[in-house]
Design a binder for this molecule. Structure first.
Ligand code: GLU
Length: 545
């Protein structure tokens, strides 16, 4: 037996399969030519962020709009960062946003023939390929302790040299078989390192589906393949998994660009076909005039849970992310205002490769547009679901009479200048509260220009002249009459021109009635509100005022 084979047996005697076994077990997928296979690979840390959804949408669209497959792989190699229930959390967050996987980890086990889809369950697979690398002389055990590595780094700093484990610094590179054997028998812990023949002066071309052809320096570091517990690093797991799961497009954040040379070196060394990398830009936001990365600590909108608890409609989040993702989306939406978003053809070519700006104001605008296009019955269902979880008291009130509640959702939404009153369920809960006797309250001040006496006079006359059967213009004419009678200007313009001639204008008079009926100085059409809450409730509110 040659030395490498002997070493491979020493390290991985328990591995009996050959890589060929896995190559056969996970054959090329039978999909139409060019159909993408994509995935997300979240780590179960308990925090699912907007970037996860952003990348998931790209992968999902690429696969599902082109006859491909999209799957979920749980990247749980870092047990220290794992929290309980985190896998379920990722799955339910993705489900909430309508992201469906064709295969992968599910709440109860795995589904699909390219699994297991949880990295910790794939230990033997990684070790099988690691063993082959050792046999080929491409990997070796390294026994350097934390302290030795820290000392090495000190010396590298002092000598202004590149950091890392390479060249003459790679102490364990040339240990003899007997030295290794002795250390292993003495129970010394070790990691498995890749033996790199790369040179940083050489460049490698890598194709990126978003950024085009990249020119990266060759990797010259002997990086770690397996940690001391035999679990792979991200680098090794990514290459083995995406090869065996036959991923064609690796969509991931740009933080992986720095280690891309390692990944392509592994693909090439192992003789695997490289995937198309799609490195997405980090999500940024404007903060006091400067752009910065969204931060977990400062920006609640980075966590996906935020959208659920604030009650943003998942499809509003999709719609907004699509405007960020594809530069031609807004134009398409203008031309197809009512088309389901699925009909928009997402492409990598229309993605920008500079920082993606997440603008919460713009997001809210998009959200209002989306809700405006959503039928009241659908809003009713979604909103009720949210209320049941986040505001059970208002849930009881809101769902008491479906017909009534659907009507209030439609107020002001027809005509050519429809109102966009709703942004999120949390905001809707506040906004709609005045329609219900239990939650109605006076929130704003009455207009200053109207004296308390005049206010009472306005109420009195309003009640005297009110007729439920008046149409909107008859109703408003009566308000105008009260206005003129009481010395206010019927045209706000007149009052502006001659403020001394009037006590105020028709807008002050209507505002008095508005505050009494809705509690606010700003509301949808008052005539419509009177007809929705009904004559009795309307009279009761004015009486009380
Ligand atoms: N577990 C990696 C992360 O959460 C996945 C990166 C990838 O998709 O390859 O960043």
């Amino acid at each position: 037996m040659n030395r490498n084979k002997e070493l491979a047996e020493l390290l991985f005697g328990h591995i009996t399969e050959q890589p060929e076994y896995y190559e056969e077990k996970y054959p090329a997928r039978s999909l139409p030519e060019g159909a993408p296979v994509t995935r997300i690979g979240p780590s179960p840390t308990g925090f699912v962020h907007l970037g996860n959804l952003y990348n998931a949408i790209i992968g999902e669209r690429l696969a599902h709009q082109n006859g491909g497959t999209f799957f979920l792989r749980v990247e749980d190699t870092d047990a220290k960062r794992e929290v309980e229930g985190a896998v379920e959390l990722v799955i339910s967050a993705m489900d909430f946003f309508g992201i469906h996987f064709d295969e992968g980890a599910t709440a109860d086990g795995d589904s699909g023939s390219y699994g297991p889809y949880r990295q910790r369950l794939r230990k033997d697979i990684y070790q099988c390929y690691a063993k082959r690398l050792v046999e080929r002389g491409m990997a070796y055990p390294c026994f350097c302790s934390e302290q030795e590595l820290a000392d090495m780094r000190e010396k590298q700093i002092a000598g202004k040299l590149n950091f890392g484990y390479y060249g003459k610094w790679a102490k364990c590179r040339d240990l003899s078989f007997d030295e290794i054997k002795a250390k292993i028998e003495a129970g010394e812990p070790y990691v498995l390192r890749f033996r790199s023949n790369g040179d940083e002066k050489n460049h490698v071309e890598v194709f990126d589906g978003i950024r085009g052809t990249l020119n990266v320096s060759e990797n010259y570091q002997d990086f770690v393949l397996l940690k001391s517990d035999g679990i792979p690093t991200y680098h090794f797991a990514h290459v083995i998994d995406d090869h065996l799961m036959r991923t064609t497009h690796v969509v991931r954040g740009e933080e992986w660009l720095a280690t891309l040379p390692i990944h392509v070196q592994l693909f090439d060394t192992l003789g695997f076909k490289r995937p198309v990398y799609c490195h997405t830009a980090v999500l940024m936001k404007m903060d006091g005039g400067t752009k910065r990365k969204l931060s977990k600590r400062k920006d609640p909108e980075l966590g996906l849970e935020y959208y659920r608890s604030e009650g943003y409609a998942p499809k509003a989040v999709w719609e907004y992310l699509m405007t960020v993702l594809n530069s031609n989306f807004e134009e398409w939406r203008n031309e197809n205002p009512d088309a389901p978003i699925d009909e928009f053809k997402f492409t990598l070519e229309k993605m920008s490769n500079s920082g993606a700006l997440f603008d919460i104001m713009k997001f809210e605008d998009v959200s209002r547009e989306v809700l405006l296009r959503t039928p009241a019955s659908e809003i009713y269902d979604e909103f009720s679901k949210w209320l049941r979880e986040y505001d059970p008291e208002f849930y009881e009130i809101f769902t008491r009479d479906r017909e009534y509640s659907e009507k209030i959702l439609d107020v002001g939404r027809s005509g050519n200048r429809p109102r966009k009153d709703l942004t999120s369920w949390k905001q809707a809960r506040q906004f709609l509260s005045f329609y219900f006797p239990e939650t109605f309250k006076i929130e704003d001040e009455y207009p200053e220009r109207v004296s308390a006496e005049d206010r009472q006079e306005i109420f009195k006359r309003y009640l005297e002249t009110f007729d439920f059967d008046d149409d909107s213009s008859e109703w408003f004419q009566k308000i105008r009459d009260i206005t003129a009678d009481m010395g206010y200007a019927v045209k706000p313009k007149d009052f502006k021109k001659n403020p001394d001639m009037y006590k105020g204008s028709v807008s002050d008079v209507s505002s008095v009635i508005r505050v009494a009926l809705t509690g606010r100085t700003n509301s949808p059409d008052l005539w419509e509100i009177c007809h929705i809450i009904g004559e009795d409730e309307m009279r009761a509110r004015i009486e009380r005022a």
